[in-house]
Design a protein around this ligand. Structure first.
Ligand code: SF4
Length: 367
């Protein structure tokens, strides 16, 4: 699996603390550095295999089709992709134009992930998103028209001022657009973001927890009714349309991450990352000093628990050492008794009630 971080956004959304720059002047030199990083890590890229490639950000569609072609041409010259590789590009609705999609035809992109977030224009404006509900709908129509039907849309709930009715409408509308994949995240109040500062000043209010839970329940029920599998806490897909790339992260598949801030994992004990520093990345011609972390057995246990309990399959107790298995079972027992977890054979997973309080359950399972 290969991940490429594209650290550019046209402007910054109020709630976001992801790493990205709003300086388009740096795009060309960034791409040149990225190609150099690919050359310098070609062996690692081959070992990680390009059965899935994911361009995330930031806003990868901001680079424009020509730069994206340059990136893919270079990657494909170094690493053979498999014929059924899943190649995902994150897009923002305002970048999806007929010209852009025409230019994308010469790339291997076959899956689009697009952040819609809400269909309420007032909320979109408040969050400083760059699109309207109508533009999101038109972007989906353009993507369908261009043959990009393997489409995942993102929504957000628990937004300040968002009502249950608004949310019901958003979920129903997106599910009626014929998409095979939906991701929905509750708003995270990240310290230091403009939205967090507004919260501290009393200019916005957090959504009540009960309302967020209601929204989540409505989401789960609606996605199920639409025939989707709830395969991860925040992800829903029609049968056979799960994100292979993200599923790989949850199954500890090795991956190589390129670009500033991107993480890599050898599938065993070594996790590494490029610093989240675009200027430093460019200065080091795509080969900055990487942060390297060796995972010990306890860290591996905790990672395993955190990732696998997010999924519908759950935690395979047989994959743990005897010591960690005993510990996991003893910590899970009160949650099993309370109906928040269920054990079937060697598999331990969260029930729907458990998913609502997943952070608490997972924190109990930590060492
Ligand atoms: S477009 Fe995405 S990455 Fe960029 S600021 Fe908005 S939420 Fe963050």
């Amino acid at each position: 699996m290969i991940y490429i971080h594209i650290p550019f956004c046209k402007s910054r959304c109020l709630y976001c603390d992801f790493f990205s720059s709003t300086s388009p002047a740096l795009m060309d030199v960034f791409v040149a550095s990225l190609l150099k990083e690919m050359d310098g890590r070609a062996e690692e890229l081959r070992a990680a295999r390009a059965d899935t490639v994911y361009l995330g950000g930031g806003t990868p569609s901001q680079l424009g089709a020509e730069r994206l072609r340059t990136i893919f041409d270079h990657l494909l010259a170094l690493v053979e992709t498999e014929s059924d590789a899943e190649v995902t590009l994150e897009c923002n609705p305002d970048d999806v134009t007929a010209d852009f999609l025409h230019g994308l035809r010469d790339t291997p992109v076959n899956r689009i992930s697009m952040g819609v977030q809400t269909l309420d224009d007032g909320l979109l404006r408040m969050l400083r998103r760059r699109h309207t509900a109508r533009e999101a709908r038109e972007a989906v129509a353009l993507l369908h028209g261009a043959g990009y039907t393997n489409l995942s849309l993102d929504l957000m709930y628990g937004l300040p001022g968002q009502t249950l009715e608004m949310w019901r409408h958003d979920v129903a509308a997106l599910l009626s657009w014929g998409i095979p994949h939906l991701s929905a995240y509750s708003l995270q109040w990240e310290e230091g973001t403009p939205l967090y500062i507004m919260l501290e000043r009393g200019e916005v209010e957090e959504a009540p927890e009960e309302l967020s839970l209601e929204m989540y329940r409505c989401l789960v029920a609606s996605a199920r009714e639409a025939g989707m599998e709830h395969y991860e806490i925040s992800n829903f897909a029609l049968p056979g349309r799960r994100s292979r790339h993200n599923s790989g992260y949850w199954r500890d598949v090795p991956y190589a991450g390129l670009g500033p801030g991107a993480h890599s994992y050898d599938g065993k004990y070594v996790r590494s990352s490029n610093p989240s520093d675009l200027a430093g990345y460019i200065k080091a011609a795509g080969m900055p000093v990487r942060n390297v972390e060796m995972l010990d057995v306890d860290m591996l246990y905790e990672e395993r628990v955190l990732k696998s309990l997010r999924t519908a399959e759950g935690l395979n107790l047989a994959s743990l050492s005897a010591k960690h298995r005993d510990y996991a079972l003893s910590m899970a027992m009160p949650h099993i008794m309370a109906g928040r977890m269920v054990r079937i054979g060697n598999m331990l997973r969260l029930t729907e009630e458990g998913i609502f309080v997943s952070n608490d359950v997972m924190s109990d399972m930590m060492l």
